[in-house]
Design a protein around this ligand. Sequence first.
Ligand code: FES
Length: 86
Amino acid sequence: MAHLIKICMGSSCFARGNAKNLQLIQSFLDQNNIKAEIELVGMRCCNRCAVGPNITIDDKEYHHVDNEMLLDILEKILLTSERKNV
Ligand code: FES
């Protein structure tokens, strides 16, 4: 597995952005045909709601994640490293 994405599905993060962020991740993986290389898992609330919505990619935590920021992160991490592996 090339990358692990953990998205907080706790009610605070989910309501404040991770519902949309989850959709964005799923369509990003579909569009770029990289579903097989990415493990996407939901996390329970980790008591860091104040800095949410929270998403962790490969052990790096991202806070206050909105769609625009997430797209930027996904392009940098997932597409750049996928190209390196080719
Ligand atoms: S709901 Fe995500 S940290 Fe609490």
